[in-house]
Design a protein around this ligand. Sequence first.
Ligand SMILES: Cc1cc2nc3c(=O)[nH]c(=O)nc-3n(C[C@H](O)[C@H](O)[C@H](O)COP(=O)(O)OP(=O)(O)OC[C@H]3O[C@@H](n4cnc5c(N)ncnc54)[C@H](O)[C@@H]3O)c2cc1C
Length: 427
Amino acid sequence: MANTQYPESYYAASANAVPPRPVLQDDVETDVCVIGAGYTGLSSALFLLENGFRVTVLEAAKVGFGASGRNGGQIVNSYSRDIDVIERTVGPKQAQLLGEMAFEGGRIIRERVARYNIQCDLKDGGVFAALSAKQMGHLESQKRLWERFGHTQLELMDQRRIREVVGCDQYVGGMLDMSGGHIHPLNLALGEAAAVESLGGTIYEQSPAERIERGANPVVHTPQGKVRARFIIVAGNAYLGNLVPELAAKSMPCGTQVITTEPLGDELAKALLPQDYCVEDCNYLLDYYRLTADKRLIFGGGVVYGARDPANIEAIIRPKMLKAFPQLKDVKIDYAWTGNFLLTLSRLPQVGRLGDNIYYSQGCSGHGVTYTHLAGKVLAEALRGQAERFDAFADLPHYPFPGGQLLRTPFAALGAWYYGLRDKYGL
Ligand SMILES: Cc1cc2nc3c(=O)[nH]c(=O)nc-3n(C[C@H](O)[C@H](O)[C@H](O)COP(=O)(O)OP(=O)(O)OC[C@H]3O[C@@H](n4cnc5c(N)ncnc54)[C@H](O)[C@@H]3O)c2cc1C
């Protein structure tokens, strides 16, 4: 029997203590079987339990084993593609609903942290940093767009102002979102899992769903047990494999890498990020970074299409970090790891239902910390019979990747190469 542990990340090394969780070895019955204990699965489970459903969560490895326990920890609002694109694709009524929801995930995280007393180093404030006048222009229109949907904690920053919040000379300006921020992502997931259990939900670890028997009374099979449920929520995202072939066909797992320095000490940490905000730049292939509670710099960037693990992560990411902060040239890297997110062709999430009782949400394409928390709420609403917000997501078009599973990786890499060139030359 596989016993899959967390990758050697800073997060695993600084995780809050949790009790061991059982492997499913029985035949159990529940209202909702959730497949995957990342934010999508845990958020769904929590909202369902709060509304009186019985919930069983199956996790192939450990809670937060996937992207939710490895990410940059940045609470970034809205979606990987913005509301103006949604408006052009599906029209104003649906865009209005999705626009109003664009900042809700961040609020859900803060409510969860407060209600369940989750210790995850939550900090307010996220910066979008512009590397060119064109990117600054984009931020200006993004601010107008977001304000149109009622999201107002935003401040445009000129070159002088951004230098006050980021100790880096690369940026021509930026935008500060005080409803953004950052968290220790694995500890958030672990805290949410504890909240699920405090409400009577059950989480089985090392219990991969191997087969779903579909029909009016679906059954999820694991190596040593089964779960009979009224509903299933599929929340395996980039780690799902081919369990649900319809979902694999229209998405592509991609890897992104993160490094963590040794502790920098108060003075150096303050010189980099004086207010302790997190930062992402505005490139298509973007860099993102923030401080940890013990004053290390976590720096991420780079994408590996098709999610192969790169041999030397530090060799890829360290030069990006030194470009932003040359003063870190003698600083040691203590941790380097990779994780997978799920890319869709439109870069918009895919939400829907298969048959009457299998629900799913996947593919937030890189920005998922807030969206996944919202997705859990929207899926739970749909199971309770309130499907207006679920439908707003479900009606977004889903496209298969050109070239199918065989050629989607080279096609996407080609697209990224093109956007990488545009980033490089400021086009
Ligand atoms: C390195 C990295 C950095 C990122 N940084 C950011 C960031 O700073 N801000 C941001 O907004 N987004 C970021 N993201 C994206 C964000 O982390 C993800 O969008 C989000 O965590 C996805 O959550 P999820 O629950 O849908 O999937 P996951 O967290 O991947 O969870 C899926 C879970 O399902 C389990 N599973 C899969 N198949 C099965 C099965 N058959 N049976 C049982 N269990 C199964 C997996 O083991 C896994 O635990 C980053 C992603 C990565 C990889």
